[in-house]
Design a protein around this ligand. Structure first.
Ligand code: ADP
Ligand code: MG
Length: 288
């Protein structure tokens, strides 16, 4: 039987945007010492808007870069894809068909479009493949960038911006007041991660983290004696959510993340993570 205080808190949680799937996760929430947050869609709104398109080849138009990228992105569900497709829609560009589409996990997408091999990839992918980033490359620290390659030659880049959620700063501040560390974990580039982490006053950040590394990062923190909660939304986040002491899936995310996690943040609001911990503490204090 579920003790009454727990039942009450669970109902109270539902009102506050928390869905508790697993009572152990709720019980564990009071012991959390570190929370690992994913960035996009949890600390940020998760809506990317194209802020800049730059061609790096003579006689290659910006719209052509967008048009080719959109062919690949129509096959992807990443928030970056949604942002690029929105821009292409606004410009009324026709989206060409693709063949051999492939998602390169944590790095981007590739496909054949009109007989050409097209890649839309992260700065990390360029580094790994020793493709130099040109001098004309300049974006704000808050912008996410993807590069477009045509037949393995760098053709241009697309910068996108997302916004920090208005609730995030207060959530991080309250965690700090309760002696709980917050760490940002993201597949996005270093500059963006640093900027979000510093703006919110988080304890540290880890950028360009590949999906299989997320799990390792959680284990690493646990090895240092931390009791770790993690928030995540993607299919890629599921293994890390499973190993975390408290796995928290963001409501707007994938079904697999939701199935794996013990707790679901119905409104994707980071402040509800704080409520979870405070509820957990209050509930089990009453019982003991
Ligand atoms: P996150 O969930 O933190 O955004 P991902 O592993 O999903 O991390 O993505 C990491 C990086 O890989 C992105 O910042 C981007 O550079 C690149 N990427 C992933 N998917 C796409 C896509 N559909 N189009 C372009 N770039 C992508
Ligand atoms: Mg993700």
């Amino acid at each position: 039987a579920v003790p009454l205080v727990v039942a009450k808190s669970t109902a109270l949680s539902a009102k506050n945007g928390l869905l508790i799937k697993n009572r152990t996760a709720f019980e564990n929430s009071r012991k959390i010492t570190t929370i690992v947050f994913d960035k996009t869609g949890t600390l940020t709104v998760g809506k990317f808007e194209v802020s800049k398109v730059v061609s790096l080849q003579k006689e290659l138009l910006e719209n052509e870069i967008l048009r080719l990228a959109s062919a690949l992105e129509q096959k992807s569900e990443h928030p970056i894809a949604t942002g690029i497709l929105q821009k292409v829609k606004e410009l009324s560009l026709p989206i060409p068909a693709t063949e051999n589409f492939n998602a390169i996990t944590g790095k981007g997408v590739e496909a054949t479009v009109e007989g050409k091999k097209i890649l839309v990839v992260s700065p990390g992918y360029l580094k790994e493949n020793n493709i130099p980033i040109p001098d004309s490359f300049e974006v704000n620290d808050t912008e996410t960038v993807v590069f477009v390659l045509i037949n393995n030659a760098l053709a241009g880049f697309i910068a996108l911006s997302d916004e920090i959620r208005p609730e995030s700063a207060e959530a991080i501040k309250t965690l700090k007041q309760n002696n709980i560390k917050s760490i940002l974990l993201t597949g996005d580039n270093d500059k963006v991660a640093k900027s979000v982490s510093e703006t919110l006053g988080m304890d540290s950040f880890m950028a360009q983290v590949l999906p299989h590394q997320k799990l390792e990062k959680i284990k690493e923190l646990q090895g240092k004696g931390e009791f770790v909660a993690m928030t995540g939304d993607g299919v890629n986040d599921a293994p890390a959510l499973a190993i975390a002491d408290v796995g928290i899936a963001v409501g707007s995310g994938s079904d697999i993340a939701a199935e794996t996690a013990g707790i679901i943040l119905v409104n994707s609001n980071p402040k509800d993570v704080v409520n979870l911990i405070l509820f957990g503490k209050a509930t089990y204090r009453k019982m003991m």
